[in-house]
Write a protein that binds this ligand. Structure first.
Ligand code: 1GP
Length: 270
């Protein structure tokens, strides 16, 4: 949902010292309606942004239908909140942001896109190739580009393989600092440390600490985070945003999802 007074980039980068939670919805993993229900439960439970993406080969139409359904769900909730004396309409005005696997997974119904360079890829395609293919569409759609340096850390999972990443190892403290400096010097605003979806180990908190000392970057961390303790570890190390995806897919139902996300969101800033 587009926010009126504030740009999406300033919403994302101005976290006011708190760590916030992003729910990642992979459009390949459920129908658009179920995606919308999950997104609404996530926001109700404390998430502050929705990412749509993940899989590498989801067609545009599915990504678009998922974005449309999520936007409609959030708008309905915002309207309902506006009609209720103690409703919080603003809570529902969160950005729906594309988190693309490539230039194919785009939709004009999204508010923004993490416009990423996979900085430690050895393949030109993920450094600049997909970006050059996607940029004209993003421009035409009027979707805001959030300039993002994206690095894949060990174990890296599927994105590490598909993206031909020269993985950052847990003890590469100086290397991750150098990547974060490079990201800042390029003018990227977000720096995303990714362990890979479903990773059995989250990003080493020392890597997060190292990157977070670089001025001017909003630190996003994802991959393998399932518990409030893990989320808190990443937050204490300096993450501004924590992303979870598998947790949503593994929830037994919407009540279970609500409990899991609220326990993470409560832990983040305590
Ligand atoms: C987004 O890939 C992550 O950065 C999501 O990882 O699926 O392990 O939560 P999970």
């Amino acid at each position: 949902m587009r926010r009126d007074e504030e740009s999406i980039l300033s919403y994302v980068t101005n976290t006011k010292g708190a760590t916030r939670h992003v729910t990642l919805i992979d459009p390949d993993k459920q129908s658009p309606q179920v995606a919308a229900d999950r997104a609404c439960v996530a926001i109700e439970s404390g998430s502050a942004m929705i990412f749509v993406g993940g899989s590498t080969d989801t067609p545009d139409e599915i990504v678009h239908a998922t974005c449309v359904a999520i936007q409609e769900g959030l708008e309905l909730r915002a309207f309902a909140a506006s009609q209720s004396p103690d409703g919080d309409e603003e809570k529902w005005k969160v950005p729906v942001v594309l988190f693309p696997g490539g230039s194919h997974a785009l939709s004009p119904a999204a508010d923004a896109i993490t416009f990423m360079m996979l900085m430690n890829s050895t393949d030109r395609r993920f450094l600049v190739g997909e970006q050059v293919r996607g940029a004209p569409y993003i421009d035409k759609f009027g979707v805001d580009a959030l300039p993002t340096g994206y690095v894949v850390c060990h174990p890296g999972g599927k994105v590490g393989e598909v993206g031909s990443a020269d993985l950052i190892m847990p003890d590469d403290i100086d290397l991750v600092k150098a990547y974060s400096l490079t990201a800042a010097m390029y003018g990227f605003k977000l720096f995303y440390l990714e362990a890979g979806s479903g990773a059995d180990k989250q990003v080493n908190p020392q890597l997060i600490e190292s990157a977070s000392t670089t001025e001017g970057l909003t630190i996003v961390v994802g991959g393998g985070i399932r518990t409030s303790e893990q989320a808190k570890t990443a937050a204490d190390a300096g993450a501004d945003w924590i992303v979870t995806g598998t947790l949503t897919e593994d929830a037994t139902d919407l009540t279970d999802l609500a409990q899991k996300i609220s326990s993470i969101c409560t832990a983040l800033n305590n």
